[in-house]
Design a protein around this ligand. Structure first.
Ligand code: CMC
Length: 428
């Protein structure tokens, strides 16, 4: 017999089906709650709301588990490449060698962006934040590919729209960095793989040959894999809700970029580095004082805490080790790393952080690696977006495949009740 949950309201019992996921997580299906009882559920910040069922990413915050399509993040970060993970997220299985070759070849064929899109950069004032530029460029893609506006696309057309976006993203991200420096943009080179091409367009120079450093290529692959999906987080939920109105892929992803930009979400990686610099320069390295101020709610410790992970963030664990390795291999001795480690140790032994289960998250160490690689701080969240793109796209594709209902939450109204209109001359 299928499991039911009983709710007593106004002395009357109502039964609702319980749904169970493949990892045995359970949800009460309240789809008919309002129709049957007149009530809605109230869950500010969606802390207890399963907005969808999804077969892409499994996350257990209590146990610190993260898996894409059933594969452990630790295995993928260690043994896979970013393009392989992209394929896995999008199509549900790890590719064979031939499937991967074809997929990478498709990506290589679509890396160029329309020259008019390059001109869009000219209208941004110097110093414009890279995330604002990224949102604009991604939504502009819909103007260059108007066929993407049709929600009734054939699977082949849909796949082409997806491939175009995945292929052009590194080109656009690299151009943002080049434009920020006032340097000429570099066009993609088909001899490079996806990640090396991005590094070439970002760090290469028109004046000389560029050979990607294998240490940086490897670290970049790892970072992108670790960011590739994270189930129904703020930006992914945004992508899904925008996509549920049948808005086109490019517009939906641009909305996801907007959500990611916030300092409580992906924008935290920029904030972490700026916080560490502040601790070094203004707080004179006094980590104890910083922790005390965080406990007094005078400041937030960026890179700490997570809505879902209440044990540890498995991505942060991998990145802590990667950070040590990359900095050592690149011969970078960054005093900020010592401050980060001191801060982590001080927070982890403090009852305030222990009681609230606040652990370092993915953003805590990523910025130090990006900095060692040579990325400017304002680019950090763009790198998060580059990594998260296949996750957003896969979630959008899944939603559209299921033709999910339009996302439209309800509310509990707390404003004034009906009152008579007062003519302007009579208002006080
Ligand atoms: N520093 C100090 N106190 C904190 C922090 C922090 N980073 N995070 C949470 N708290 C406190 C918070 O003040 C609250 O205390 P109290 O119980 O006394 O009111 C308690 O911990 C619970 O916090 P919450 O805000 O209810 O937790 P949440 O699940 O709503 O928020 C969060 C999660 C990530 C938004 C929050 O921890 C935060 O703002 N962290 C800093 C920003 C950050 O690093 N964000 C990146 C998240 S991981 C990457 C990503 O997914 O984008």
């Amino acid at each position: 017999m299928s499991e039911k949950a009983t709710l007593n309201l106004d002395g009357k019992p109502y039964e609702f089906p319980v749904i169970t996921g493949t990892e045995n997580e359970k949800g009460i299906d309240i789809g008919k709650l309002r129709a049957q009882t007149g009530y809605v559920t109230f869950d500010e910040g969606y802390k207890n709301t399963g907005a969808t069922s999804s077969g892409i990413t499994f996350l257990n915050g209590e146990k610190g588990i993260l898996r894409y399509r059933g594969y452990a993040i630790e295995d993928l970060a260690e043994k896979s490449s970013f393009t392989e993970v992209m394929y896995l997220l999008l199509y549900g299985e790890l590719p064979t060698a031939e499937e991967l070759r074809k997929f990478e070849n498709q990506l290589t064929q679509h890396t160029l962006v329309h020259e008019d899109l390059v001109k869009v950069f000219e209208v941004f004032p110097t110093g414009s934040h890279p995330m604002g530029q990224l949102m604009t460029q991604l939504s502009a893609l819909s103007s260059f590919y108007p066929e993407s506006l049709n929600p009734q696309k054939s699977p082949d057309q849909l796949n082409l729209t997806i491939i175009r976006l995945l292929a052009k993203m590194p080109t656009i991200c690299a151009m943002i960095q080049k434009k920020g420096k006032g340097h000429p943009v570099l066009y993609p080179q088909n001899r490079f793989d996806y990640v090396s091409n991005f590094l070439y367009m970002t760090f290469g120079n028109v004046t000389e040959e560029y050979t990607p450093d294998p240490v940086i290529v490897d670290a970049m692959n790892k970072l992108l894999i670790l960011h590739a999906d994270h189930e129904q987080n703020c930006s992914t939920s945004t992508v899904r809700i925008v996509g549920s109105s049948h808005a086109n892929l490019y517009a939906s992803i641009a909305a996801g970029v907007a959500a990611l930009w916030g300092p409580r979400h992906g924008g935290a990686n920029q904030e972490v580095l700026e916080m560490l610099e502040h601790i070094r320069d203004i707080d004179k390295g006094d980590v104890k004082k910083v922790v005390a101020e965080a406990k007094d709610k005078k400041r937030l410790l960026f890179g700490f805490g997570h809505r879902v992970y209440k044990n540890f963030d498995p991505r942060a664990k991998i990145l802590k080790v990667a950070c040590d390795n990359v900095l050592a291999k690149l011969g970078v001795n960054d005093p900020l790393l010592a401050i980060a480690k001191e801060l982590e140790a001080a927070a982890l032994e403090d009852p305030y952080f222990i009681e609230r289960k606040l652990y370092p998250n993915v953003d805590f160490y990523s910025g130090l690696i990006y900095k060692a690689m040579g990325f400017p701080t304002p680019m950090f969240t763009v790198l998060f977006a580059l990594g998260r793109l296949p996750g957003w796209v896969s979630q959008w594709k899944e939603l559209r495949g299921k033709n999910e209902d339009i996302g439209r939450p309800r509310q509990i109204y707390t404003g004034p009740t009906l009152r008579p209109f007062v003519a302007i001359k009579e208002r006080k």
